[in-house]
Design a protein around this ligand. Structure first.
Ligand SMILES: *Cc1c(COP(=O)(O)O)cnc(C)c1O
Length: 384
C-alpha cells in the first residue's frame, strides 16, 4: 500500500537522536531550547515553545491567551478534532465558521457575516478565532487580522499542515497577522519529531505563559513568585499546568529535520505540479491554489462527484493506494452533536467533505508511484 503520508528519516537524523541518548539529558536539557530558537528563526518569529504534541501546544496557546469558562472559540469545521477539542480543555465553548468551497479553508466572508450578526443580536463574540491552513495552504491572514482588530478577538493559526509555507512575503509562523501559530510534528506532517508540536509567538509574555503551563505551572523565577525565595532549591506553583514537555530526543530529530524543511516543501510542490499534469484529463477538480501563497502541500486533495467518491475511494484502496479523507466535519461528530450541532449547520463544509479525497503526498513518493496513483484513478472511471 502506498500510504497518503509518511516520514523521511535520514542517517543524519538518526545520528542526532543517538548523540542525545549518549548525553547527560534526555529531557529538560539544551536541545529543546535550541530547537525552539531554530524554528522561531526559520519563521522570523521571536519565540518558540515546544510541546509533546500540537494538541498540547494548542491547549497552552488557548490558555495563555486567557481562554476560560464562558468564552467562545471559533474555528473551521474542516479540521482535525484536536483544534476545537483544546478549547473544551479550557472550559470554553466552541462554534464553527463555514469554509470556502474550493480550498476548504475558513471563509473570511462567512466569518465577517457571523461576527456582524452576533454583534447586531447582542450575542457573544469569540475570544479566539483559529484559522486552519488546510493541506498547507495559508488562509488569508491579513483579512482575518483586520476582523480581529474590529471585533477584538485573538488569533491562533493552526498551521499543523503548513510549516515551510508562505503567506505573501511572510513565512507561516511569522505571526505577522496572529498572536500564536501552532505546528505539528506528527510523522505524517511536513517534518517530524515522532510526536511533538510547537507554538511560536512574537510576544514575550505569551511565550513565558506557555512555558509555565507546559510544565505544571511551576516557576523558578523570583520575579513571578509571591514572597521571598527559601533558597536555591525553591520553586513555586503559580498556575495549574500540565506536563506537556518535548524530550531531548524528539527535539534532536526535529532540529535535524528542520535543515531539510526547504527541500521537503520544494519536493512536495514539485509532486503537486506533477499530479496536476498527470490528472488533467480526469473528471475531477485538482488541488486548489491561491496566488501569492506558497502551500507546504501537506495534502494533495482532489474533488470528485459526491456520488462517485465512495467508489473511487474503494477502488484506489483495492489498488493499493492509501487515499484518505480530510476531514469529516467536526460538528457532525457525536461529541459535537451532543453539544448542539447538527447536520446542515455548515453546508459548504459538508459539501466539501462529500467530494474530497487526499492522494499520497510525501517526500520520497516516487514518480512511478505517482503514475500508479494516476492510472488507478483513470481506471476508476473506465470501469465505473
Ligand atoms: C495533526 C493535527 C493536529 C494535532 O497534531 P498532534 O501533533 O497530533 O497533536 C491538530 N490540528 C490539525 C489541523 C492537524 O492536522
Amino acid at each position: 500500500m502506498i500510504p497518503y503520508g509518511r516520514q523521511s528519516v535520514s542517517e543524519e537524523d538518526i545520528g542526532a537522536v543517538v548523540d542525545v541518548l549518549r548525553s547527560d539529558f534526555l529531557t529538560q536539557g539544551p536541545v529543546v531550547p535550541e530547537f525552539e530558537r531554530q524554528v522561531a528563526a526559520h519563521c522570523r518569529a521571536n519565540f518558540g515553545v515546544a510541546a509533546s504534541s500540537a494538541t498540547a501546544a494548542l491547549h497552552i496557546a488557548y490558555q495563555a491567551l486567557g481562554l476560560s469558562q464562558g468564552d467562545e472559540l471559533w474555528t473551521s469545521p474542516i479540521t482535525f478534532v484536536a483544534t476545537p477539542n483544546a478549547a473544551f480543555y479550557c472550559g470554553a465553548v466552541v462554534d464553527f465558521v463555514d469554509v470556502e468551497g474550493d480550498t476548504g479553508n475558513m471563509s473570511v466572508e462567512a466569518l465577517e457575516e457571523k461576527l456582524r450578526e452576533r454583534r447586531r443580536d447582542g450575542g457573544r463574540l469569540p475570544s479566539i478565532v483559529v484559522p486552519v491552513h488546510l493541506g498547507g495552504l495559508s488562509c488569508d491572514m491579513e483579512r482575518v487580522h483586520a476582523l480581529a482588530c474590529e471585533y477584538g478577538f485573538k488569533i491562533v493559526e493552526d498551521a499543523s499542515h503548513a510549516i515551510g509555507g508562505e503567506f505573501r512575503q511572510y513565512r507561516v509562523g511569522s505571526c505577522r497577522y496572529s498572536d500564536i501559530t501552532v505546528f505539528s510534528f506528527h510523522p505524517v506532517k511536513i517534518m517530524t519529531t515522532g510526536e511533538g508540536g510547537m507554538a511560536v509567538t512574537n510576544d514575550a509574555m505569551i511565550a513565558a505563559r506557555m512555558e509555565l503551563l507546559r510544565s505544571h505551572g511551576i516557576t523558578r523565577d523570583p520575579i513571578s513568585m509571591t514572597g521571598p525565595s527559601h533558597g536555591g532549591w525553591y520553586y513555586q506553583q503559580i498556575a495549574l499546568g500540565n506536563n506537556y514537555r518535548m524530550t531531548e530526543m524528539q527535539a534532536a530529530l526535529g532540529a535535524s529535520q528542520l535543515k531539510r524543511l526547504p527541500v521537503f516543501v520544494q519536493e512536495r510542490n514539485r509532486l503537486a505540479l506533477r499530479y496536476d499534469a498527470l490528472l488533467s484529463g480526469l473528471p475531477i477538480e485538482l488541488s486548489a491554489r491561491r496566488s501569492g501563497i506558497l502551500s507546504a502541500f501537506h495534502l494533495y486533495q482532489i474533488k470528485v462527484q459526491s456520488a462517485e467518491r465512495r467508489f473511487v475511494y474503494d477502488h484506489l484502496r483495492r489498488s493499493g493506494i492509501g487515499v484518505q479523507i480530510h476531514y469529516i466535519p467536526v460538528h457532525t461528530q457525536p461529541f459535537y452533536r451532543e453539544r448542539g450541532f447538527s447536520m446542515g449547520d455548515f453546508p459548504e463544509a459538508e459539501a466539501f467533505y462529500d467530494r474530497i479525497l487526499s492522494l499520497p503526498m510525501f517526500f520520497g513518493l516516487s514518480d512511478a508511484d505517482q503514475e500508479r496513483v494516476a492510472s488507478a484513478l483513470q481506471q476508476a472511471w473506465n470501469r465505473g
